[in-house]
Design a protein around this ligand. Sequence first.
Ligand code: SF4
Length: 362
Amino acid sequence: MYPFKKIFIDQSVAGLPLTDRVRRAFPSLPVEIISGEPKSDPNLSIAGSKKILYLTAFKGQLIKPCPGTREYICCGYQILNTATNCPFDCSYCILQAYFNQPYIRIFANLEDIFFQLRAYGQEQAGRIIRLGTGEFTDSLAFDPFTHFSVRLAEEIKACPNLVLELKTKSRAVENLLELAKTDRLIISWSLNPEKVIAREERGAAGLNERLDAAAACQEQGFRLGFHFDPIFYFPGWEKEYRDTVDRLFRRIDPERIAWISLGCFRYLPPLAAIIRNRFPRADYIHEEFIPALDGKKRYPQSLRVDMYSRLLEWLAERGAGAMVYLCMENPAVWRKVFGFVPGEGHPSLSEMLDSRTGIKSP
Ligand code: SF4
């Protein structure tokens, strides 16, 4: 399953339990112990970068707010940085534009990481904090060999105000299925029609595999999240997305869903050339886009409103009761799709999501 060819290990994490576990998982891979960053390789491609594991220590601020923009309504999510880069190769992945940080970096100094996490939980006592590890990587892609979710679940139990969302495009839930469930661990899948997954999400699990994994977590008692993000416009999108919604609710009970987000494809301009070069068949990049206030390119507002409204209608038909929200959209789009704007005579989006976490404000 994994394409790895080599492991670099920073000497500061050599011998730590996570490092040993990774070495045991790939006993035939060459290992090089280094001090600091691996030497830069001018011939290293983005695909090549995904074949090299670099075990190192995370230094710096472990938890940061998700980078929102004033003009867009933000969900108040916090990012817990446990790894960067990913073994999957989605054509639209923003990480391709951050190539100044090559290799798959897995932070192995778990004791420091969890010390900071516990301290953060205490500092923020009195607030519900929604945390996620899926911003710079896939939350579960490495879990079969890091078993990180097991340790994270233990730590979260000790921090009563923290809710952790693990976002994935994988089916790697074996470790989670061994855990006693906790309502403060929400397992989420990014969803797209099968034909989008096959064309644009290389290496990731197919739609059925994701739904099988979600159904198994539901059976185990976990609450679930789903993210229709990025949503792509293409001729016939209605049938494909409607079918995806149908398939979701054939397997999943809406009562077990904490939230569903919707977000149309958007991109920072430098990503367009990377997509065209690496994925010449990715024709979605040739659609009409308009510059937005956050510097990204987005579909015209009327198209976004139409796509969100249709999806909302299908989700309400099949999954009544599940909370649906828009990821990083502007107030005008919210008003047209939902008839209200969070925070304007209505709870903020952050408050709406906090109320779905299953915990009372501590
Ligand atoms: S799963 Fe996420 S992090 Fe991994 S390649 Fe796809 S978009 Fe990027």
